[in-house]
Design a protein around this ligand. Structure first.
Ligand code: ASP
Length: 583
């Protein structure tokens, strides 16, 4: 139906007769001349029609989003549009066919739309006509293609694993699906292919991957969806270095092909503790500095009772220097930051400003002679704002890490054209859940342990480190993985640490335990979040902007109306009864 697409014509095509198709993105009538922006996936080409043109009447009829076919001649434009790749030319209509009419769309279909997200999701097919959304889907597609090409070349086999299964070990809430044939029984939707990919290693597949949907019933956030896509892979006969090497090559190829950016390898590595100590988070954004500084020594003899008590109780005093921010943050603003810090269980936030060679702020009167030492340690200069937290190490780190991220954003310190990948390794294997009174796996229960910590497993599990690793990009956790346990005795011990009884283990993961008996190779793997990666590479604010048909923040699809009440007949078949529809 077309000879060219709407992103294709350039000055060298002038004089050529072409046929184009697309949607009428905009129609203007300037001094009697009709201009139409014809849009397709590839771009926009301007169609022009003068009043003496026999097609004038047809084009007058064309409204927004009409689908048209235009045969015409390429002309050089008088006033060129530098913003448009086709901006040097226009196409003068020779014949025009309206292929379909359209109702007036409920939203502006252009990168800058007036529509709120709810409306965009209700008319997703119109929202997806916006060039920016198509660009996002194309970047996502390029990422997926790069993944497939790279892994195929490295001898991986793509294998599909079931969506309907039993609970997997990621520890989020399951989505349950009632079984009609087995009333009262439910399938759990896979939170990940974790167990199956390990079984594939036991099966001798050696290298597996899958671009796969995973389902977790968790609370929504801008960077979370109930169904999301993982780039999931697993390899046999490998250690951590093999995984690092393979994944680094993969992200290098993705960056090259989806963004045209060359990243340097090897990627930096931080231990979990170093990440927390320096950046206050296990997923540091290293595109800016403002690292956390330990000031405990400096305040060792302080008169300030609050600090002294914290130090005596084994806590720390740490701070960050927001360079040049003294005048940006009023007392009120600092109180807002304090509220943010308190979300991480710290009791308060102390602060100092250094202006005109003078300290001011809540701590100033406790500085006495130590002002100069403080300035030196923190590189404080006139105009700086310094925020200090005294608390347990963990809470102080997390609170300051949160403030660091807020300040980085608010002070415009983050260069959005940069992509900083890094590994976080040496994770503690277990976390103690105070409320539940038991240990949880930091990654998942199939994660292997560092050999040197093995003796501590049963006596002091909190001191054990796992062979797991996270890949972080620009402050987001892009994915995690680990070397797995391939020894059934070790697996049993880990379950014991987690307080799972023999029966529970058999009930939950019995088939994996059974399989471990039959010659399991050493293996490990990782899963990277495709949606998250696409979001970051597209510079999108939300995962919803890189998923064709996402759910809203409350798990609703405004377009289809899901979730919805089943018909009574469906419930009868499933032998289910809904007690209180409202609750
Ligand atoms: N299955 C894990 C997850 O979804 C990833 C992995 O260990 O490979 O977090």
């Amino acid at each position: 139906m077309r000879t060219h697409n709407n992103g294709e014509l350039r000055i060298q095509h002038v004089g050529k007769e072409v046929t184009l198709v697309g949607w009428a993105a905009k129609r203007r009538n300037l001094g009697g001349i009709i201009f139409i922006d014809l849009r397709d996936r590839y771009g926009i080409t301007q169609i022009v029609c003068k009043p003496d043109n026999p097609m004038y009447g047809v084009l007058e009829e064309v409204k927004n989003e009409y689908v048209v076919q235009v045969r015409g001649r390429v002309l050089e434009r008088e006033s060129k549009n530098k913003k448009l790749p086709t901006g040097d030319i226009e196409v003068e209509a020779i014949s025009v066919k309206i292929l379909n009419r359209a109702e007036n769309p409920p939203m502006i279909i252009a990168d800058e739309t007036d529509a709120l997200e709810e409306l965009r999701m209700k008319y997703r097919y119109l929202d997806l006509r916006r060039p920016v959304m198509q660009k996002n889907l194309i970047i996502r597609h390029k990422i997926a293609q790069a993944v497939r090409e790279y892994l195929n070349k490295h001898d991986f086999i793509e294998v599909e694993t079931p969506v309907f299964g039993k609970s997997t070990p990621e520890g989020a809430r399951d989505y349950l699906v009632p079984s009609r044939l087995h009333p009262g029984k439910f399938y759990a939707l896979a939170q990940s292919p974790q167990i199956y990919k390990q079984l594939l290693m036991i099966a001798g597949i050696e290298r597996y991957y899958q671009i796969v949907k995973c389902f977790r019933d968790e609370d929504f956030r801008a960077d979370r969806q109930m169904e999301f896509t993982q780039i999931d892979l697993e390899m046999s006969f490998v250690d951590e270095e093999d995984i690092y090497g393979l994944v680094e090559g993969l992200v290098q190829k993705i960056m090259r092909e989806a963004k045209g950016i060359e990243i340097k390898l090897p990627l930096p590595r931080l231990s979990f503790q170093e990440a927390l100590d320096r950046f206050g988070t296990d997923k540091p954004d290293t595109r800016f500095g403002m690292e956390l500084v330990d000031l405990s020594e400096l305040f060792r003899d302080t008169e300030f009772g609050v600090f002294r008590k914290v130090l005596e109780a084994g806590g720390v005093i740490k701070g960050i220097n927001a360079k040049g921010a003294a005048s940006n943050y009023s007392r009120r603003e600092i109180e807002r930051l304090e509220e943010e810090a308190k979300k991480f269980k710290v009791k308060g936030l102390s602060w100092l400003k250094y202006e005109n060679d003078n300290f001011s702020g809540s701590l100033a009167r406790f500085l006495e002679g130590s002002g100069a030492a403080l300035r030196e340690k923190l590189g404080i200069e006139n105009g700086d704002l310094f925020l200090i937290v005294a608390d347990k190490l963990k809470h102080a780190n997390l609170a300051l890490g949160h403030l660091r991220n807020i300040l980085g954003r608010e002070l415009g310190l983050i260069d959005n054209s940069r992509f900083e990948f890094l590994w976080v390794k040496d994770w503690p294997a277990f976390e103690y859940d105070e409320e539940a009174g038991r240990y949880d796996s930091t990654h998942h229960p199939f994660t292997s342990l560092r050999e040197e910590d093995m003796d501590l497993l049963l006596s002091e599990p909190e001191k054990c480190h796992s062979k797991s690793y996270d890949l972080v990009l620009n402050g987001y956790e892009l994915g995690s993985g680990s070397i797995r346990i391939h020894d059934q005795d070790l697996q049993r011990k880990v379950f014991a640490v987690l307080g799972l009884s023999e029966e529970e283990v058999l009930e939950k993961f019995g088939f994996l335990i059974e399989a471990l008996k039959y010659g399991t190779p050493p293996h490990g793997g990782i899963a990277l979040g495709l949606d998250r990666l696409a979001m970051i590479l597209c510079g999108a604010q939300s995962l919803r902007d890189v998923i064709a048909f996402p759910k809203s923040a409350s798990g609703i699809d405004p377009m289809s109306g899901a979730p919805s009440y089943p018909a009574p007949e469906q419930l009868r078949e499933l032998k289910l009864e809904v007690k209180n529809e409202e609750s």
